[in-house]
Design a protein around this ligand. Structure first.
Ligand code: SF4
Length: 351
């Protein structure tokens, strides 16, 4: 059976995850782990590109986040989970790539300008922030990943990785003139979005999230305060489900019959928002219960999460080391003289 193609994806360590992460990324990762050889990593060095001043939460946030990965259904028997900084070869490859990456390529990455404009409370005029796409290229190429699952807005980053791979391959060759790096492809995945409790994008910084670890009572409380159609001031006012965040959740979690019923009854004011929210929560809770149950099991044995990351990091490092050996050979930066002699002799024998 041919080896499965390789997929790489990562997340910055943000602590406990919310429903937006489940819908927008984890559900896709769970599918991918059955189809590909998946490497999923905690991008702790990437976190430093914006949050360099306070590193006190990185370790705890890593444990909480990976616990949620596992609770959501990611399986260490199927995929490899590791921490970026536990595989220092990423930094070496990133440094080498930074030597060949023209500045202009980095300055034209769309998210560079956008984020510098949006994030005003931090000084992002740093080398690390400008260079993070180079680190990202190293993250991907060091595993020779075939695919990187991304949404439309991330395609430019994968394209930059392909350009860096091409440039490296044009300067340096592996033995017999072969290229060192394959060019990875963007695995375009739909990124469905659930609105936050206030109708904006679900984000911790807006304080509008439902966490995967929230207890049913907390979910009920948060949902009871959820924004609805502002036109429904009184119980008798008809509503517009298409603009109501609660209806977005019905669409995702309720049955077809319930969705139709809510759509009809909201427009005629036959149902009030309190009842509508309660109905939605009854469909949402069964989805979250198995996740909370698995989380409880991992929390009872915190060392199990650490062990999964240690084992995954060891495995990832084995792959990364092999790639770095090829990179150093291609760049003729091998300081083991015996090996160097062998490589030279081999190169001379090769027509
Ligand atoms: S009845 Fe339901 S869908 Fe209609 S506005 Fe209220 S919460 Fe939203």
């Amino acid at each position: 059976m041919p080896a499965r193609k390789r997929v790489l994806s990562g997340m910055r360590p943000t602590g406990r995850l919310h429903l937006g992460h489940l819908v927008g990324a984890l559900e896709n990762w769970i599918k991918l782990q059955d189809q590909y050889q998946c490497f999923f990593f905690v991008a702790d060095w990437h976190a430093l590109t914006t949050d360099y001043a306070d590193t006190s939460q990185i370790t705890d946030n890593t444990c909480q986040m990976v616990t949620d990965w596992l609770a959501a259904g990611l399986d260490p028997e199927k995929a490899t989970f590791f921490v970026q900084s536990r595989v220092p070869e990423h930094a070496e490859l990133s440094l080498l790539f930074s030597m060949i990456t023209p500045l202009g390529w980095l300055e034209r990455v769309p998210s560079y300008k956008e984020q510098r404009e949006q994030i005003r409370d931090k000084d992002l005029g740093t080398h690390g922030f400008l260079g993070y796409p180079v680190l990202q290229a190293a993250d991907i190429l060091i595993y020779k990943a075939h695919f990187v699952p991304v949404g439309e807005d991330q395609v430019a980053h994968v394209e930059l990785t392909r350009e860096i791979a091409r440039r490296f391959n044009s300067f340096y060759k592996a033995s017999r003139g072969r290229r060192v790096f394959p060019e990875p492809e963007a695995l375009l995945t739909p990124t469905p979005k659930l609105p936050g409790l206030d109708g904006r994008k679900m984000s911790k910084s807006y304080g509008n999230v439902l966490e995967l670890a929230d207890e049913p009572e907390t979910i009920r409380e948060k949902v009871s305060a959820m924004l609805t159609d502002p036109q429904r001031v009184r119980r008798t006012d008809p509503g517009r489900p298409e603009i109501c965040p609660v209806f977005g959740y019905h669409r995702r979690y309720s049955t077809e019959a319930v969705i139709k019923q809510v759509d009809r009854d909201c427009r005629t004011a036959a149902i009030g928002c309190v009842d509508c929210k309660a109905l939605m929560v009854e469909h949402l809770l069964p989805v979250l219960e198995p996740i909370r149950e698995r989380r409880r099991q991992y929390e009872a044995r915190p060392e199990s999460v650490a062990n999964i990351l240690a084992e995954g990091s060891r495995k990832a490092r084995g792959v990364a080391r092999r790639t770095m050996n090829q990179v150093r050979e291609a760049m003729q930066m091998v300081f083991d003289w015996e090996k160097r002699k062998r490589l030279r002799a081999k190169a001379e024998r090769t027509p």
